[in-house]
Design a protein around this ligand. Sequence first.
Ligand code: ZN
Length: 435
Amino acid sequence: MNIKKKTLLEIEDFVLSEALDKKTKYGLKQEIKYCSNCLMSNQRPNMCAEHYHTADKQKDFIKFEDDICDACKLVKKKNQDIDWKKREFELIDLLDKYRSRNGSYDVLVPGSGGKDSFYVAHILKYKYKMNPMTCTFAPNKYTDWGRDNFYSWLDTGFSNYLFTTNPMVHSFITRLALENLLHPFQPWILGQKNFPTKFATKVKIPLIFYGENPAEYGNPNSNYYDDMLMEWHACENAEDIFVSGFHIKDLIKKFKLNNSELEPYVPLTYDNFKDNNLKCVAWSYFENWHPQRNYYYTVENSNFKPSPERTLGTYSKYSSIDDKIDDLHYYTSKIKFGIGRTHYDVAQEIRSGDITKEEGISLIKKFDGEYPSRFLNEILDYLSMKNEKNRFASFFEEPIIDKSYFDDLCDSFRSPNIWKKTNDGWSLRKSVDYI
Ligand SMILES: [Zn+2]
């Protein structure tokens, strides 16, 4: 199999003025709308079972009702209908059911040592007197401050299992995900979802605590339970899944990968999941989730340091700062869905009451979709199959990926209902100003 260089073919689709008769990709909504409360766009895809993600899969998107998005509806429900004291009793009941009597590990907390996993592990141990084990699927490329924060997390009293994939294979799989899905973060997401559950079965710790439920960000409110959906972490049949959008059989046959090289990306089966009585739980079901509060808690209780510089593509310095590939990930989200990192941050902070809608609009206009130049050369180098001994180089028409290759690839993933081409370059057909 040979991966050919992609370029934008249908330029005229992007030039004409009307958006409503435009082709859409990925099942995007024809018309862009923004939530009248938090500014989130109706083009935001919901979290799904990543192991069934293919290049032509039509996605599910955040739902809107009366110009209000599902994430805002959840905030309203949480503020009006939920008795948080009662939820804490539910939490204590759950913990008591799994609590060890002899001090052995009784709960697994996956994470990188960022503010959210820090918060959950720390509070489980020091407030609720559990015995957490932590586990980590290593980032593609640690930032210096991300690595320091990871160790600062452990320094506050945690053991950790760090799983690091074979870098040669991981860079190849990541390159495939970039070419096929424009999703350079997908292989890491697969690993981060699948490693903790598989690890839990090995160390016999059935209770796994995550931070937030995806409903916090707009997945259907019907998913807002204490349990995370098993479908996100497990599959029907491990021989019928997709990695980087390619069927696992093709990865073995056409790209010559073997089972141990693919193992980090393959989920447990539903049967394994049930036989081991795994319970994947979201902390945000039990306590009103506030990312900025988690950050203050983390700083107060550890040597956690925010990034020394503003994160490219946004205004914040303390969220998702441990992997150098993050900048590319959010930039590609801007290309595919018209939503960059500032936009995600703004929507969450408006919902949490940290900033106003007017501040949000001005931040989006200033930073959203900023070009990911900071680590670009290093990441493109990582994704280039350039070493003569690299056995994957022959699968690419152009094994080396440079900035111009990356820009052309990005353009080939733009959807005509979102983007128009002007003399000044690309611009959104409808920006948040129109709200
Ligand atoms: Zn909203």
